[in-house]
Each structure stands twice: as C-alpha cells, then as structure tokens.
Design a binder for this molecule. Structure first.
Ligand code: SF4
Ligand code: SF4
Ligand code: SF4
Length: 368
C-alpha cells in the first residue's frame, strides 16, 4: 500500500503564503516541506497514514484503501468494530468527520480497536485525540459515542468479509448537497513514482485543479449523516479551539477587499458576488485549512471564538463584509470605493508612475 499526494488539492499549492503543516506535524518522520510543498519518499507506506486523516482538503490518499469506500462497506456490514489490519490499515486514516459520521449513521455503538498500538506512542496519542474530539462534538447534540477497545483475541478477517453487503454510495451521497457546495468527486491521482524524495511540480493539470473549488468527500459524508440526525432542542456553542475541522469567521474593518481570501478558499466557503461587493461565508463548507487567514495581509479575517452547532442542522450563508463598489473613470472596472476616489487603485498607481516619469524627464531636460 502506497501513500499518494494530490498536489492540486494541497492548500500550499494554492498559495505560497499557506502555513499549513498538519501532515508534517502528524508524520514528522516521513513528511517534510520542500519548496513549500509536502514531500516524502516514494517508499513511504501506511506508517504515515495519519496524514490522510488530518489533511483538511483530502490531498493525501492510499493506493489500495479508499476511506469513502470503507465508510459504506462498514455501514453495510454487521460488524461494529474498526480494527487495524482487519478492516482499516490504521485507525488514523479516519478523520474526526468520518468518526462522527460513522457514529451517527450506525444504529449500534462502534468500537475502535487500539490493541496493536504502542503505548504512549505519538500515533496512539493522535488517534485518541481524534476519537476524543469526535466524542466531544457528538456529546453536544446527541447521545451516541465511539468506544475504544483493547482486545485480547485477534479479530478474524473472515468475520468481517462474510458480513459485508453492498450499499449504494451514490444514493447516500445524492442528498449531500448544500447551497453553494461543490459536489464534484475527485479522482485520486498517482503522483509518486520516482525513488528519491519526491518534488511535486505544478503543471497545467494541477493549476486547473488548484483553481477548482471542491469539497472533500469526508464533508459530504458528514452532511448526509447529519441530515439523518434529529436536531437537539438547544444548540450548543463549542470553543473554536476544540473543533479542528470546521470554523466560523468574522471580517473586521481592516479588510481592503483585496479579493484574495475568497479567490483562494479551496472549498468555496468564502465567496463574493459578480461585482466583488461583499464577502459571504458558509461555515459548513469551511474545512479550517487556515489559508484565508494566512493570505490576509491586514489580518482582517478572524476565527469566531465559538462554533455554533446550529450550523450542522441549519447551515447558513452569512455576509461578513459589504463594500461600496464604483466603476473606475479610467478603465471602467469595479473597485472598492472608500470615499472620494474617481479611479481604481491600479489606474492610480499607473497615473502616479506616469506623473513621476514626466517630472523626471523634465528635470533631466533642466526644465524644473
Ligand atoms: S493541505 Fe494537506 S497536504 Fe497540504 S500541507 Fe496541509 S495537511 Fe499537508
Ligand atoms: S479579509 Fe483579508 S484577504 Fe479577504 S478581502 Fe479582506 S483584506 Fe483581502
Ligand atoms: S474559509 Fe478559510 S479556513 Fe475555511 S476552507 Fe476557506 S480558506 Fe480554508
């Protein structure tokens, strides 16, 4: 089983200002940042599978294991134990979103087998943290929980395989739409072939993918599982630092409407209208990749202190900023009007340059 990396989905490929290091933090011995992109040896196997689970945009995948296919196969089977080497290569391939969705979609309690993990290891700590976060979020709106098991007798693979039935993945995902959500399912590319530490080149196919906005499958799965869940009577607000996969934002008065954040947002959570006169935000499309914060020069975009669980059940699109838009007297393009300007900032720069050159020329001729 090999680790695959899809450059076009990594937020570091979308902007050189991205500071995302989630994959490196979880697999420091295998993944490094080289030329601003994650890099790993092609022989890297499933010991680095935690990066598949943590990457907010789904840039990492495994050659012989699809987490999405596992999700449907598991629910169709009668087995309710997730065990490494039996039905998953490693529990760390499952994200918090997958674990929440599995707990919600299953009528019976699900156990996760932690038997094979080295005590106190960073991997075990990471997996426990992921389960803890999933249970914490679940506890805010339902009584379902994931359990952890240390089992003595190895589980028989046959017991899993014989009970598996086919389930229509398409039917499950059909209802996963949300206003503004990108429904497209990506094809996972094979990117690693060379026998040296791989450097990922950004070619024209990848550039097209970078421009594309798409929602990872794990988020579509979570949407659908939530749709089938009864809303709680009271909606809690969770501290933003306790929720790693989704966020709510605000934009303050320092915003210059430079357009960068909503242009680079990989999922379309941040968006604008045709005139760039406002900034919209769909919390349930946000994967908390932090890219919008990293690119915002005046630090105008921030995280709301709490995440409102109401968004899970009644997703909304909020307007974070509204701008006064005017047509430039010079070029005719729209620009953000702050008071008094007749031309756009680009034409202003050009005008100032022309003025400078004109005076310089006069000086050289001794006319000034
Ligand atoms: S987006 Fe994914 S692959 Fe890219 S740096 Fe972040 S975690 Fe790593
Ligand atoms: S929030 Fe920041 S990045 Fe986004 S438009 Fe405003 S200034 Fe630009
Ligand atoms: S809104 Fe910001 S943090 Fe959320 S997905 Fe878009 S760029 Fe990432």
């Amino acid at each position: 089983m090999r680790l695959h990396f899809d450059t076009g989905l990594c937020v570091r490929a979308k902007s050189k200002f991205s500071n995302c290091t989630k994959c490196v933090e979880v697999c420091p011995s295998s993944i490094q940042i080289v030329d601003n992109l994650p890099s790993f040896a092609p022989s890297t196997g499933i010991q680095a599978a935690a990066c598949v689970g943590v990457c907010p945009t789904g840039a990492f995948s495994l050659s012989d294991f699809s987490v999405t296919e596992f999700f449907f196969r598991f629910l169709a089977s009668k087995v309710r134990l997730i065990s490494p080497g039996v039905n998953v290569p490693c529990i760390s391939v499952l994200s918090v979103e997958h674990l929440i969705a599995l707990a919600l979609a299953s009528d019976d309690a699900i156990s996760l087998d932690l038997t094979g993990y080295e005590k106190e290891s960073a991997l075990l700590m990471h997996i426990k943290g992921t389960i803890q976060e999933a249970n914490f979020v679940l506890s805010s709106f339902c009584d379902k929980r994931l359990e952890t098991n240390i089992i003595e007798t190895p589980v028989q693979t046959e017991a899993f395989l014989s009970k598996q039935e086919e389930v229509s993945r398409r039917d499950f995902l059909r209802n996963a739409s949300l206003k503004g959500a990108i429904k497209q399912k990506i094809a996972f590319d094979d990117a690693v072939n060379a026998e040296v530490l791989q450097r990922f080149e950004v070619d024209s196919t990848i550039i097209a993918k970078i421009k594309n906005k798409q929602l990872p499958d794990k988020r579509k799965i979570l949407f659908t599982a939530l749709k089938r869940t009864a809303a709680p009577k009271v909606f809690e607000i969770l501290p933003q630092e306790e929720v790693s996969f989704v966020s709510q934002k605000y934009i303050d008065e320092n915003c210059t409407n430079c357009q960068i954040c909503y242009r680079v947002c990989p999922t379309g959570a941040l968006s604008s209208d045709g005139k760039f006169s406002l900034i919209h935000f769909d919390a349930m499309l946000c994967v908390k990749c932090h890219l919008c914060h990293d690119v915002c020069e005046p630090h105008a975009i921030g995280l709301q202190s709490g995440f409102e669980i109401k968004e899970f059940f009644e997703p909304s699109q909020r307007t974070l900023a509204v701008f006064n838009i005017k047509r430039c007297n010079e070029c005719g393009n729209y620009f953000t009007y702050t008071g008094g300007e007749q031309i756009c900032p680009r034409c202003l720069v050009e005008e100032e340059e022309a003025f400078f050159l004109h005076h310089n020329a006069k000086k050289m001729r001794g006319e000034e």
